[in-house]
Each structure stands twice: as structure tokens, then as C-alpha cells.
Design a protein around this ligand. Structure first.
Ligand code: ATP
Ligand code: MG
Ligand code: MG
Length: 352
């Protein structure tokens, strides 16, 4: 059989590897950490730095295709992968790992991000606030996830009190939204695109807590415009694999938040709730196989993240025979750490 290389060792890689195994592929995980919940379910594991070109080259030599489950992999050293295809490609990775680049890119394609401005120097925050106003959010351009590297700024006083770290930062206006939603799509090697139903996403402290499909009327009305943008992003990048765009549903239509060049937490419901899961279709796409149907299998689904929950605390969920429990096999249940998720299928059509 063939071997799929996966950069990144977290739960997304774990679920990718599980889907790959079903299709007869072996997975080889490459990650800097000594322990990896993806490696726990994969055939091979290389512990190595993302900037170690020799180690990356040796890894690639054992893979037929390489993908990633983590978008903060430095792009330069990936040249060491040589002729082994990287899917999605390095250009997608490069754009999606920099909030300024991704907002510029999406704006050029006709999308609407929140008003934004990159900080050029120490006085940049004040200039940005003068241009955009408050409230707003100051974010690191790179490396942020789960709301890390973000500072909410209610007014000028908040800004005065803040010590802005000396790294690339971006300030964006605070968006007043009805709900948040995501567009998750897959694009095949042949350019075919398919979309899953959009989930309404709820966050708690910057971390996704719940995704629900169907997402409700407000979102459903904005999905066509959001899909059009997502398709343009995928097309322009000649993207292969699963791609996610996050949006705010506002009175003025969908406002783009960010993109993830990968499978997404708000798509975990697809494992049981869709005909083909995001993980399976990602594997199919990067391996050049025909894509599976992204349609719903059931009238709806609700996915709840288990954040900082121990296995002992989570296992009683199984008393609900309709709950699909996923535990990632992580050791310590630290606060804010995604330990698993649970999906409950909605089996009866809601009365309109
Ligand atoms: P992820 O784990 O999704 O990659 P992240 O760390 O990249 O998260 P964002 O998606 O930028 O963070 O922000 C996290 C959450 O904070 C958003 O889903 C939204 O709830 C809120 N948020 C971020 N930016 C804004 C904004 N400009 N206006 C209003 N809310 C925002
Ligand atoms: Mg993000
Ligand atoms: Mg986000």
C-alpha cells in the first residue's frame, strides 16, 4: 500500500490517520513533540523539528504524499520534501498562517473581512485604533489558535495599559454578529468541489465549544455567498484537500474571520452526521481518489468539545446511547485543552 505523511501530531492527524487506515493507507506522522496522539494510531512516527530539512527529506522519502493537520509549519523548509507532493500546497499554507496575508488575499477575491490594519511599529496600535476605532481585537499575525495571542480592546484605556509584544501583530474591528459559522469544503485532485452543510459555531473564551447543523435560517441565507468565496479561494490556490473558512453572520452578510487549510474542529460532526466525513474526503482528495458525498445522513447533529475533561469525567456520556464519544488519548487534562468531543445526532426532522 501507499504511505501518507502527516505533518503535525494532534487529534486532527489522529482522525485523519483513522480515516486513512480504513482506506488501506499507512500513515507516517512527523511532529516535534515526543508524544503524539496521531502517532498512537499511525504506522510510523518521526519526532523532528519542522525546520530540520534533513529529517524532513528522510521523512518524505518514505511517503507517497504529504499533508498537514497544523497550519503553523514553517514553509521554507518544506522544500526538503522534494518531489513528494504536498497537499494542500505550500502557497495555501503560507497564506493561511499569516492573518494579514489571508485577509488581503480574501479581500482581493471580493470577500469582506472585519476592518483590519497591521501594526508597523510600537505606535501601530494607536494608529490602527485611530483608523478603525474601538472595540477591536489585537491578534498575533502568526501562531494563534484557540483564541491564544489575542487581546480584546474595549477602549483607548485598554490600549494604553497593553504592552504590545514585539512580533507581527494585526488589529481588527470587533464584529457584531448574530452567529458564527464555517464553510468546510473539499477540492479533489481533478478540481471537483463539494461542501458540507455549514455548522453554527459557539465559542467559549475563544475556543470552539459547540457546532450545530443545521445552522438555522440566518446562516443558511448567507451560506451561498460564503461558499462562493471559499470556492474562489480553493480555485485560486489550486487547493487539494479539505479547506475551512470561518465567518460571522452579520446584518450585512457574511464577514470573513479566518481560514484553516485543513480539516476543522467545526466539522467533527461529519464523522457520524455526513455520508462522508471531512477526514475521509481529505484522504480521498490528497490521494487522488473520487470524493464521497458530503450530504447529511440525518436531519442534524450537535458536536460538543470536551475541553479539559478527563476520560473519567467523559465516560458517563456513554450512558446516552445516542452519544458518539471521541477521546483523543491525551495524557493530562489541562485547562483549555481539547481532550475529545461528543456528537449527538438529531434523528427527527424539526417542525418548522
Ligand atoms: P481557531 O482555534 O479557530 O484557529 P484563533 O485563535 O485563530 O482560533 P479567531 O478565530 O481569530 O482565533 O478568534 C476566535 C474567536 O474570537 C472567534 O471565533 C470569535 O468568536 C472571536 N473573534 C475573533 N475575531 C473577532 C472579531 N473581529 N470580532 C468579533 N469576534 C471575534
Ligand atoms: Mg485560527
Ligand atoms: Mg478561528
Amino acid at each position: 500500500g501507499s504511505t501518507i505523511g502527516i505533518l503535525g501530531g494532534g487529534q486532527l492527524g489522529r482522525m485523519m490517520a483513522m480515516a486513512a487506515a480504513q482506506l488501506g493507507y499507512r500513515c507516517h506522522i512527523y511532529a516535534p513533540e515526543s508524544e503524539s496522539v496521531a502517532a498512537d494510531v499511525a504506522a510510523d512516527f518521526t519526532q523532528g523539528s519542522y525546520s530540520d530539512e534533513a529529517a524532513l527529506a528522510a521523512f518524505a522519502a518514505q511517503c507517497d504524499v504529504v499533508t498537514y493537520e497544523f497550519e503553523n509549519v514553517p514553509v521554507g523548509p518544506l522544500a526538503a520534501l522534494g518531489d513528494v507532493p504536498l497537499r494542500a500546497n505550500a502557497r495555501a499554507l503560507e497564506i493561511a498562517q499569516d492573518r494579514l496575508a489571508e485577509k488581503n488575499f480574501v479581500a482581493d477575491l471580493g470577500g469582506t473581512p472585519a476592518p483590519y490594519r497591521a501594526l508597523a511599529d510600537e505606535t501601530g496600535l494607536f494608529k490602527a485604533i485611530a483608523a478603525i476605532g474601538t472595540p477591536g481585537i489585537l491578534k498575533t499575525r502568526r501562531d494563534g489558535y484557540d483564541g491564544k495571542g489575542q487581546w480584546r480592546i474595549r477602549d483607548g484605556c485598554d490600549a494604553d495599559e497593553l504592552t504590545v509584544p514585539p512580533i507581527p501583530m494585526i488589529y481588527e474591528g470587533f464584529v457584531r454578529f448574530a452567529t458564527e459559522f464555517s464553510v468546510i469544503m473539499v477540492r479533489g485532485l481533478d478540481g471537483q468541489v463539494r461542501f458540507w452543510d455549514s455548522a453554527a459555531n459557539e465559542h467559549d473564551g475563544g475556543i470552539l465549544s459547540r457546532s450545530t447543523v443545521p445552522a438555522g435560517r440566518v446562516v443558511v441565507a448567507q451560506v451561498p455567498a460564503a461558499r462562493k468565496l471559499a470556492a474562489a479561494v480553493a480555485e485560486t490556490l489550486d487547493y487539494v484537500g479539505v479547506l475551512t473558512l470561518e465567518f460571522f453572520a452579520t446584518d450585512d452578510g457574511p464577514v470573513f474571520n479566518e481560514m484553516a487549510p485543513r480539516v476543522h474542529n467545526s466539522g467533527h460532526w461529519t464523522i457520524e452526521g455526513a455520508i462522508t466525513s471531512q477526514f475521509e474526503n481529505h484522504i480521498r482528495a490528497i490521494c487522488g481518489l473520487p470524493l464521497g458525498d458530503c450530504g447529511l445522513r440525518v436531519p442534524g447533529a450537535v458536536m460538543d468539545n470536551l475541553i479539559g475533561t478527563t476520560a473519567e469525567e467523559a465516560l458517563p456520556i456513554l450512558k446516552d446511547p445516542a452519544a458518539h464519544l471521541h477521546l483523543y488519548g491525551k495524557g493530562e487534562a489541562r485547562e483549555g485543552r481539547k481532550m475529545g468531543h461528543v456528537t449527538r445526532l438529531i434523528l427527527q426532522e424539526a417542525d418548522e
